[in-house]
Design a protein around this ligand. Structure first.
Ligand SMILES: NC(=O)c1ccc[n+]([C@@H]2O[C@H](COP(=O)([O-])OP(=O)(O)OC[C@H]3O[C@@H](n4cnc5c(N)ncnc54)[C@H](OP(=O)(O)O)[C@@H]3O)[C@@H](O)[C@H]2O)c1
Length: 316
């Protein structure tokens, strides 16, 4: 592989698993010195060992990105060791699907803390180091669920939408300084993040949507950094779908309805146990009669739930 990033310092946040791990290995193969960040030390050490085996260089720096003080300390450590950052990649995230009425607020806030606020913390702490860097690149790993947001993605997609707003404004703000701000928006990727969710009722894939490997998504991250584009959709052919979905949001409704057999009934079945429950803050038994498991959407015992809502929605 061509060593076109020789000596560059790449801070890879979320570098212990999936897309982050695969990206780290690719950056190191191009000659970069990779700073691996995630909460768990052992996962980071395994990636650093793999990079070392392939002749690359990596530091292990565990940090919880939802904690701004921990992120400031992380940046101080990177400043001490390297004095600058050439590329910052933010890919830390958690995944949580549920019907909106059944959202567990602590998990929903955690998703916002990690998937969005962590990125804000990273930019604030690392920007002075990026200004001293050579490549001057900030890349956020977002998701195709921003332009094409499916049902039950409220907790996961809302922070990603916030990330897009943040990144787009930041791009304008930092352009005069020659700092590139890029969003990578991959479709579904076979990683631990979505394990156990994909192909279940709350995560059905419409016709033609492939499941990418972590390596395919990581190549998208590398290309986004090298080409300094505003947005890099993976796979590339979904760029048009993303643009169409933004321009004509109701196209997505039809796409889901017509390409997933029984989709409308599935949505109604998953949301049914949550209908008619007391709003958050009002006392109601959420574990007994009528309440579905908010994570899985599993239905309560027959006869235990609320009366089903009658609907005239067309079949999916
Ligand atoms: N998989 C998909 O289908 C898919 C599709 C589109 C976009 N994406 C995006 O791609 C990125 C990477 O996802 P992935 O699929 O590779 O997931 P993954 O394998 O679960 O990796 C997530 C990484 O984030 C780290 N992380 C989580 N919480 C953190 C925190 N508070 N502080 C620091 N690090 C934290 C994890 O390590 P620790 O748990 O040890 O902290 C891990 O290294 C995410 O932004 C995700 O939203 C994924």
């Amino acid at each position: 592989m061509v060593k076109d990033m020789q000596g560059e310092v790449v801070v890879l946040i979320g570098g212990s698993g999936g897309i982050g791990r695969a990206s780290a290995i690719r950056f190191a193969a191009r000659g970069a010195h990779v700073v691996l960040v995630a909460r768990g030390r052992s996962g980071l050490e395994a990636v650093a060992e793999e990079i070392a085996r392939q002749g690359g260089q990596a530091d292990v720096m565990p940090a919880d990105m939802s904690n701004p003080e921990a992120v400031r300390q992380l940046a101080a450590e990177v400043a001490n060791r390297h004095g600058r950052v050439d590329v910052l990649v933010y890919g830390a995230a958690v995944f949580y699907l549920a019907p909106a009425e059944g959202l567990q607020l602590d998990r929903t806030r955690q998703a916002m803390d990690i998937n969005y606020w962590g990125a804000v913390h990273a930019v604030q702490a690392f920007l002075p180091l990026i200004r001293r860097g050579r490549r001057k690149s900030i890349t956020f790993i977002s998701s195709l669920s921003v332009p094409c947001t499916p049902a039950f993605f409220t907790a996961y997609a809302a922070p990603k939408h916030a990330l897009h707003g943040f990144a787009q404004s930041l791009r304008q703000e930092l352009r005069p300084e020659g700092i590139a701000v890029t969003l990578v928006t991959p479709g579904p990727v076979d990683t631990q993040l979505i394990e156990g969710h994909l192909h279940q009722d709350m995560y059905r894939l419409p016709l033609g949507v492939p499941v990418l490997t972590a390596d395919q998504a990581a190549e998208g991250v590398i290309q986004a950094v090298l080409r300094r584009r505003a947005e890099w959709v993976v796979p590339r052919r979904f760029g048009l779908a993303a643009r169409l979905s933004r321009a004509f949001p109701t196209l997505l409704d039809a796409y889901y309805r017509w390409t997933i057999p029984g989709w409308t009934q599935t949505v109604l079945r998953v949301t049914e146990p949550h209908r008619g429950r007391a709003p958050v803050g009002q006392a109601e038994d959420q574990t007994g009669s009528g309440a579905a498991d908010p994570d899985t959407g599993a239905e309560p015992e027959p006869g235990a739930g609320p009366e089903p809502v009658r609907t005239s929605a067309p079949a999916g």
